[in-house]
Design a protein around this ligand. Structure first.
Ligand SMILES: [Zn+2]
Length: 97
């Protein structure tokens, strides 16, 4: 399949809410059922795991802050880089030995 065809399919899936784009990694993850929430991702630097969560309160806070600034956001994404639990525990074990 041609790259531009794959991109169009991913764009369609994104519009349908089936996948979500991880902006900083130029990657996509499968969306959970009925997941209309803001895009908030935890990205592991160790294993590359991506965890997406719903955080409607954060989306409301960002919208409120944008409104206070007179800013009109068209898309909100929050990405948090760090270590997942597995990688953090693995590193902790290595440090103890
Ligand atoms: Zn990890």
């Amino acid at each position: 399949m041609a790259a531009n065809s794959i991109y169009r399919v991913l764009l369609l899936f994104t519009e349908l809410g089936l996948v979500r784009r991880v902006e900083s990694r130029q990657a996509y993850v499968v969306a959970r059922d009925g997941d209309p929430g803001s895009d908030m991702f935890f990205l592991c630097d160790g294993c590359g795991a991506v965890t997406a969560i719903d955080q409607p309160q954060l989306a409301a806070l960002l919208t409120s802050q944008a409104s206070a600034l007179g800013f009109r956001p068209h898309h909100q994404v929050v990405e948090v880089a760090g270590q997942c639990r597995t990688c953090a525990e693995s590193q902790s074990i290595k440090e103890q030995t």
